[in-house]
Design a protein around this ligand. Structure first.
Ligand SMILES: NC(=O)C1=CN([C@@H]2O[C@H](COP(=O)(O)OP(=O)(O)OC[C@H]3O[C@@H](n4cnc5c(N)ncnc54)[C@H](OP(=O)(O)O)[C@@H]3O)[C@@H](O)[C@H]2O)C=CC1
Ligand SMILES: Nc1nc(=O)c2c([nH]1)NC[C@@H]1CN(c3ccc(C(=O)N[C@@H](CCC(=O)O)C(=O)O)cc3)C=[N+]21
Length: 298
């Protein structure tokens, strides 16, 4: 059995950013002197090391493609009211085309109310219930598809993976990853089984899957023996594992045992360098779409 192809999310995300850069340059020509620039706002509550990495990568990426980037850091104890005010201000700010509230939020915050408050036209995260709900309805499409699920689909498309008529298994059913990924795969005519913590015999389901997406949040949960020979494996998981030899004191691993799985799969995403960079590229893409609409040039 040969080694699986590595699906290079980092390189694919770079291609997408290059495409975006060209579009931003065109936008500037289109509007002449006004030089309209897409703007993305991120609201971060409290300090978590994983959030900080994500927010830092996002800022770097915004700079690279020439977006204006806005950020509000709020203390862990912020009130619901003050958080909603920050969202309302970004909703009203015409330099801002996308508003993202970093999840998870502290326990005392009503997450539902905060996500509902993001303007539908600026919901580049695709977390508004209107946008998520539209994914489940045939014949409708959301204004914005959530970035991680959209990134998973884009990786499959850009690697030439056939989806229609295939069996897919998605491990995880969260609102932000597992569930929307399953809906998107189904919309592309895959036959999808969703596995969650109460699913009996997940192994048997996985062994039948031509496409396996893991979004569990448990380090190396899926062993190589669960993979159907020739399957395409997309590992969304991002788990910290202590590692004193690393500068940060930990390393990132996925939800799949990578070395084992790559003996059986035909293609697999690494962690890091797989889905993560794609999430940010999709965020930039959604923000560009939003900006183009607001400039009246889409
Ligand atoms: N690369 C990226 O851009 C992103 C990566 N992530 C990563 O993806 C992973 C998943 O994130 P998220 O969806 O937010 O996580 P959640 O914790 O919200 O959801 C995890 C899902 O996995 C299921 N699950 C947990 N344990 C098992 C088990 N033993 N067997 C089967 N299913 C199980 C849960 O089932 P149940 O519903 O029954 O509880 C749940 O549906 C995390 O590692 C996260 O860091 C997340 C977002 C973006
Ligand atoms: N409202 C909201 N939207 C999100 O999209 C969202 C969120 N909240 N909360 C947290 C999760 C997590 N997430 C990541 C995206 C990219 C990387 C990323 O860039 N990863 C790189 C580098 C990771 C590293 O080196 O640490 C990689 O996988 O190669 C990581 C994590 C988005 N999320």
């Amino acid at each position: 059995m040969g080694k699986a192809d590595v699906i290079d999310g980092k390189a694919i995300a770079q291609d997408i950013r290059n495409e975006i850069k060209e579009e931003v340059a065109k936008l500037k020509e289109h509007k002449g002197k006004e030089s309209p620039v897409p703007g993305l706002a991120v609201v971060l509550v409290g300090a978590r090391k994983d959030s900080e990495t994500y927010v830092r990568n996002k800022r770097k990426n915004c700079e690279e493609v020439g977006y204006e980037s806005f950020q509000t850091d709020l203390p862990e104890e912020v009130s619901q009211e003050d958080l909603l005010k920050v969202v309302a201000d970004y909703n009203a700010d015409e330099r801002v085309h996308g508003v993202l509230v970093q999840l998870p939020l502290p326990k005392h915050i009503n997450e539902r109310e905060v996500l509902d408050a993001v303007s539908l036209d600026k919901d580049v995260d695709g977390f508004h219930p209107h946008n998520i709900g539209s994914l489940a309805l045939r014949g409708r499409s959301p204004k914005f598809v959530s970035c991680t699920p959209k990134g998973v689909m884009e990786l499959l498309k850009r690697t030439g993976v056939k989806i229609s008529g295939k069996r897919a298994a998605v491990i995880g059913r969260s609102n932000i990853v597992g569930m929307p990924v399953a809906l998107l795969l189904q919309a592309e005519d895959a036959t999808v089984t969703v596995i969650h913590s109460r699913t009996p015999e997940p192994e048997a389901i996985c062994k039948e899957a031509d496409i396996l997406v893991a979004a569990i949040g448990r380090a190396e949960f899926v062993p190589g023996s669960w993979i159907k020979p020739g399957a395409v494996v997309i590992d969304v998981g991002m788990n910290d594992v202590e590692d004193a030899s690393k500068k940060r004191g930990y390393r990132l691993v996925g939800d799949v045992k990578y070395a084992e799985a790559s003996e059986t799969a035909s293609a697999i995403t690494p962690v890091p360098g797989g889905v993560g960079p794609m999430t940010i590229a999709m965020l930039l893409q959604n923000t560009l779409e939003s900006a183009k609409k607001s400039f009246g040039c889409s």
